[in-house]
Design a protein around this ligand. Structure first.
Ligand SMILES: Cc1cc2nc3c(=O)[nH]c(=O)nc-3n(C[C@H](O)[C@H](O)[C@H](O)COP(=O)(O)OP(=O)(O)OC[C@H]3O[C@@H](n4cnc5c(N)ncnc54)[C@H](O)[C@@H]3O)c2cc1C
Length: 404
């Protein structure tokens, strides 16, 4: 049954966009309210004037196992701006100089290690990725980079149970589960602009530069307007945890976060990575994943606590030196660069934090919660954000079968 009122979605990150798209396509009146001047939140592109290129706030990758994210991209048409790359993950170790490629059929790990990573036998609730896999021969070359990339949390604090769940999805989730989907035209072209176009096509309102300041029983109090809520209206707060906590005191516990740093370098000409790959995993280095998009090389540092407080020039020097060595370039100074620091990029996925996350029901009549940090088996990812938006829309509209 369609709710005859309006579904107000506050926050136009991927969780809010997903909720809005699902509801608007189902014929529901939708209004999206976003504090920033643009949608996409932590997953967006922008024109960097210094580099003269459209860059992403940080390089993102989606796996074939991220079924809900791909369903959203298909429903909005954004999938046309994504590319399914071959399921081959090249790595180089900057200390030993060794390189190798991980494919679904060629994991550099024995069956005993793989079973442990998959959570078998039983994984205790206090186990971390390091306590479970740290002594295995493939820890440095496989499990550690996977843990940092997927969970943005150092292995000595990352929840082994959550890691095992993502490994089961990736390794046992079907032949395409490890297919890496990349964003050759940027994140916004695939995940944001098509969603906004879909919202507009289905008659949804979108309001930018509109920050929610308070949530009263019958009113949404924004900085630029007060929006009355009728009895048939519903609200989805698709906001970061600390904002939700300030609007609904007592509901959200203190959830620690971890930073991600990205460095984008504009090279003199297009750069090709080894094996014609779009990305390269770096081991025994500060940088973790190197992405090439034309003449822009971007390197991601996950769980970047050690780097985030350094000045940009020192970060650029250090990461450029690693890139140069990984690609066998001569010792030249860094080309023009942009450093992006996302200080609260994701939650810290430690065993305490992942179990105290609240669910999508706020306890306030007609108000539901979405966001990558809402309780689910997934760590904070595109998949978690989009799934949470869909779940919140299903609950708000009392339509358990709602899809994109
Ligand atoms: C650098 C980086 C790299 C990443 N890499 C990957 C990756 O490779 N793969 C992957 O799957 N995931 C990755 N992620 C995670 C992914 O980007 C996030 O999980 C996802 O974007 C979160 O979406 P969200 O909608 O839950 O939250 P957000 O994007 O934070 O959206 C919240 C929105 O609410 C708005 N807002 C805040 N306060 C208010 C208010 N008071 N009123 C109105 N609006 C408000 C914000 O402006 C924002 O638009 C990465 C994240 C970062 C930062």
């Amino acid at each position: 049954m369609t709710v005859p009122g309006t579904l107000h979605v506050v926050g136009a990150g991927l969780a809010g966009l997903a909720a809005g798209v699902a509801a608007a396509k189902a014929g529901v009146r939708v209004a999206v309210h976003e504090a920033a001047g643009h949608a996409g939140g932590r997953c967006r592109s922008f024109l960097d004037e210094r580099l003269g290129r459209v860059i992403d706030n940080g390089s993102h990758l989606v796996l074939g196992a991220n079924r809900t994210a791909l369903a959203y991209a298909r429903a909005t048409g954004g999938i046309e701006a994504m590319l399914a790359a071959p399921a081959a993950f090249p790595f180089v170790d900057l200390v030993t100089g060794k390189s190798w490629t991980v494919t679904p059929k060629r994991l550099p790990a024995g069956i005993g290690e793989i079973l442990k990573a998959l959570g078998l036998p039983w994984t205790g609730k206090a186990e971390t990725v390091a306590s479970r896999l740290g002594e295995t021969p493939s820890f440095t070359r496989l499990w550690q980079p996977m843990c940092e990339a997927i969970m943005n949390t150092a292995p000595d604090e990352a929840s082994a149970r959550m890691f095992a769940w993502t490994m089961r999805k990736a390794l046992l989730g079907g032949s395409d589960a490890l297919t890496p989907w990349i964003f050759p035209a940027g994140l916004s072209a695939a995940l944001v602009a098509p969603a906004l176009a879909t919202l507009s096509l289905f008659g949804a309102e979108t309001h930018f530069r509109r920050r929610l300041k308070a949530l009263e029983a019958d009113t949404l109090v924004f900085d630029d307007a007060e929006v009355p809520l009728g009895p048939a209206d519903r609200v989805i707060l698709a906001l970061p945890p600390w904002v939700t906590a300030s609007l609904l005191p007592g509901l959200v516990p203190d959830l620690p976060t971890r930073p991600i740093v990205n460095a984008h370098f504009r090279c003199a000409q297009p750069v090709e990575l080894p094996r014609d790959s779009h990305f390269l995993g770096l081991v025994n280095s500060s940088g973790h994943w190197l992405f090439a998009r034309g003449d822009v090389l971007s390197v991601t540092v996950s769980a970047a606590g050690a780097l985030v407080d350094m000045d940009n020039e020192s970060i650029a020097d250090r990461l450029w030196d690693e890139i140069r060595r990984a690609l066998g370039m001569p010792p030249i100074a860094p080309p023009p660069y942009r450093i992006m620091k996302e200080k609260r990029a994701t939650l810290a996925h430690d065993n305490h934090t992942v179990v105290v996350r609240p669910g999508p029901v706020s306890g306030r009549n007609g108000v539901f919660l979405a966001g990558d940090w809402i309780a689910s088996p997934w760590p904070c990812t595109i998949e978690a954000a989009i799934s949470s938006g869909l779940t919140a829309a299903r609950l708000a509209l009392a339509r358990p079968g709602l899809t994109f």
